[in-house]
Each structure stands twice: as structure tokens, then as C-alpha cells.
Write a protein that binds this ligand. Structure first.
Ligand code: ADP
Length: 365
């Protein structure tokens, strides 16, 4: 096992394209760290630099306490599992898993023992004599993971390993990888663009955006305390609603104007901010609204139902608020309510959970 430390790492392609712009990050020994971000933000490049498949332009990479910048991939003690399984078609599962050990000169008995143990962990003992073409996608991915396990790496690197699987299998493999991490206790770094995988699997998440890390922390901390609109919108589905507001007062009471309605604001941020900046966005997650049938709109936002998606346990309402461009997403419990298209409802953000951001992105309360 090993920690991985990135110190001001940069990657510039062809002397011009800077795709990693100074990343500082420490993955602790035994930690499950997820690199998450939209496609093209640099997370695979960062992982390939850790694996030694890509040169590091600037900065320092430590694996354990060794500087690894110039170490060849085989000497880094890392094993990588890709989206494509890259199994040898003419070899059995056992041969595929043991191939690296064979090259390294291990004896047949040793290989059989190590492969047998890895197969047990992955529940593929019954598949050891099959060839890859006789396996399902999920089984192939397990073999690819097995091939990494037998090398007993200090660090596992997973690059979008579940992207080729169907939705059910992805959920199943997600759970199995989490169990595998608990069982092996190894350091794992996992790259994905899927926020659900990040939220459910990571001990901590590093949110990447355009070559920088916006925020690092445990999933729920990032969910409840995002530092800016990028992190706030990236984690959570549907994404956080961001509504333009104006400050106002009702006597001594601080209020916000949103969607043509004036709402008392008991949350943070109304003190001095009220007088200096109107240029703010109110961030409310879809599950953090109280929704009422139309009626008294005093102190609430009036909205029209555009679409109601019934998901079984909850209903996702997509709502239009006069004067606000974007559609609001709101989650309400499924209680047999009709939520007719075109009906008017009133909404009230729960002020203890709502957040304020500047339009430029940073959180102010
Ligand atoms: P992600 O894994 O987040 O989808 P990547 O790390 O694969 O993103 O890519 C980050 C950026 O680097 C992308 O804009 C991509 O086009 C660019 N890039 C990747 N490889 C090269 C290369 N060999 N030369 C130039 N640009 C590259």
C-alpha cells in the first residue's frame, strides 16, 4: 500500500496546451479517492501521469515516499484497470490473470495460488478455464481487475472501468468495487465523469474542472458545502437550482426577491452583503423546497408545472417561474397527487439549506 502525493503538477502538450494547471493533492494510504469532472477536464491525464504512461511537465509526484516522476511504470507499484478490458483472447481467464506473474518468473504453483485467491475474492473461480469470448462484460471486467490484484500493487488506478457495462451491472460492480476496497484495504484512485459513482464510492472526491481541482473532500461534505457553483451543480441529480435574487427589507427583516416574490431570508449572508451586492444566486437543491398547492403566494415563489416525472418513490417536478429563465427542478414525495401540467404551485426554499453564490461562482454563504 502507498500514498500518492501530487505537488503542483502541470501537464502541457506540445509546449502549448496546458491541460493540468497545477494540481496539489494527497491521496492517503488505503484511501479510495475519486477524480470526477466533465469530459476533457484532465482527470485521465492526471491518472496516466501517476501510472507513468504520460510525462509530467512540472511539479512533483510521490508514490509512498519515493519521487516517482522519472520512474518507469513497472517500478511504481501501481496497477491500472481501463474501460476496455484488453484481455488476451487466446488465453483462459487463469492465464490472463497470471500472465504478468509468469513474465516476472513466478513458478506455476505460486501463480496458481495467487490467481486462485484473487479469483475467490472476485467470485470468478468457476470461470478460470474459460476464454474471454465466453464471458459477459461484467465478468471480463472482473478478470481485468483480477489481473491487477495478482500484482499486489501499492496503488490501484481505475480509469472509467464501468463505462462499458449496462446500468444494472454498473450498480452491481460499484458495490463490489467498494467491498473489494474494504477487503484489500489498498489505495485506490478512480476516474469517472459520473457523479453518482463519485458520491457512492469515494472516501473522498476531487472535483476536476479545466485542469484544476475545484474542491476535495468526503462526498457529503462537498454535497452540503460546495465552495462554488461548479461543484454545487456537478454533484447531485437533477443539479442544484441557481436563481438570481435581489436583497430587500420588510421592516427589520432581511428578505430576498426571487421570481417576483419576496421571501423572508433567515439564512446566512444577508448582513453586510445585502448592501454591497445584488449580483447573487440562490442555490437550492431539488429536495430542499417545500411545495404547496396554489393558494396564498405571500412569501413564496409562484410556479407553473411544466412536466411531472413520476419515478415511483418521488415525483420530479419541472417548474417555470415568471421572470426566471431556467426551469426549476423540484423533488416531492409521491403521494398520489396529480401535479397537472399547467397547474400553479407555490414553493418555499428551506432557508437553512439554501446557499448564496456570486454570479462569478464562489460561495458567499
Ligand atoms: P478527461 O479524462 O477528463 O476526459 P483527458 O485527461 O483525457 O480528460 O483530456 C484532457 C484534455 O487534454 C482534453 O482537452 C484533451 O483533448 C487533451 N489531450 C489529451 N491528450 C492529448 C494529447 N496527446 N495532445 C494534446 N491534447 C491532449
Amino acid at each position: 500500500m502507498a500514498s500518492v502525493t501530487m505537488r503542483n503538477i502541470r501537464k502541457v502538450y506540445d509546449n502549448t496546451v496546458e491541460v493540468i494547471k497545477g494540481v496539489d493533492l494527497e491521496v492517503q494510504d488505503g484511501e479510495f479517492m475519486v477524480f470526477v469532472g466533465p469530459s476533457g477536464c484532465g482527470k485521465s491525464t492526471m491518472m496516466r501521469m501517476i501510472a507513468g504512461l504520460e510525462d509530467i511537465t512540472d511539479g512533483e509526484l510521490l508514490i509512498g515516499d519515493r519521487v516517482a516522476n522519472d520512474l518507469p511504470p513497472v517500478d511504481r507499484g501501481v496497477a491500472m484497470v481501463f474501460q476496455s478490458y484488453a484481455l488476451y483472447p487466446h488465453m483462459t481467464v487463469a492465464e490472463n490473470m497470471g500472465f504478468g506473474l509468469k513474465l516476472a518468473g513466478s513458478s506455476k504453483a505460486e501463480i496458481a495460488e495467487i490467481v486462485g485467491k484473487a479469483a475467490e475474492i472476485l467470485h470468478i473461480t468457476n470461470l478460470l478455464d474459460r476464454r474471454p469470448k465466453a464471458l459477459s462484460g461484467g465478468q471480463r471486467q472482473r478478470v481485468a481487475i483480477g489481473r491487477a490484484i495478482v500484482r499486489k500493487p501499492g496503488v490501484f488506478l481505475f480509469d472509467e472501468p464501468l463505462s462499458n457495462l449496462d446500468a444494472n451491472l454498473r450498480v452491481q460492480m460499484r458495490v463490489e468495487l467498494t467491498k473489494l476496497h474494504k477487503e484489500l484495504g489498498s489505495t485506490m484512485i478512480y476516474v469517472t465523469h459520473d457523479q453518482t459513482e463519485a458520491m457512492t464510492m469515494g472516501d473522498r472526491i476531487a472535483v476536476f474542472n479545466r485542469g484544476i481541482v475545484e474542491q476535495v473532500g468526503p462526498p457529503m461534505e462537498l454535497y452540503h458545502n460546495p465552495v462554488n457553483t461548479f461543484v454545487a451543480e456537478f454533484l447531485g441529480s437533477p443539479k442544484m437550482n441557481l436563481l438570481p435574487i435581489k436583497w430587500t427589507r420588510n421592516g427589520d427583516e432581511a428578505c430576498i426577491e426571487v421570481g417576483g416574490c419576496t421571501i423572508p431570508w433567515n439564512g446566512n449572508g444577508h448582513g453586510p452583503l445585502g448592501s454591497v451586492s445584488d449580483d447573487l444566486l440562490l442555490g437550492v437543491r431539488p429536495e430542499h423546497f417545500d411545495v404547496f398547492d396554489s393558494g396564498d403566494t405571500n412569501g413564496s415563489i409562484a410556479a407553473k408545472v411544466e412536466v411531472a416525472e413520476r419515478l415511483g418513490d418521488i415525483v420530479l417536478l419541472y417548474l417555470k417561474v415568471p421572470g426566471i429563465e431556467q426551469t426549476l427542478a423540484v423533488k416531492v414525495p409521491e403521494e398520489g397527487h396529480l401535479w397537472q401540467r399547467g397547474a400553479t404551485v407555490t414553493l418555499r426554499p428551506r432557508d437553512k439549506t439554501a446557499m448564496l453564490f456570486t454570479k462569478a461562482g464562489p460561495r458567499v454563504s
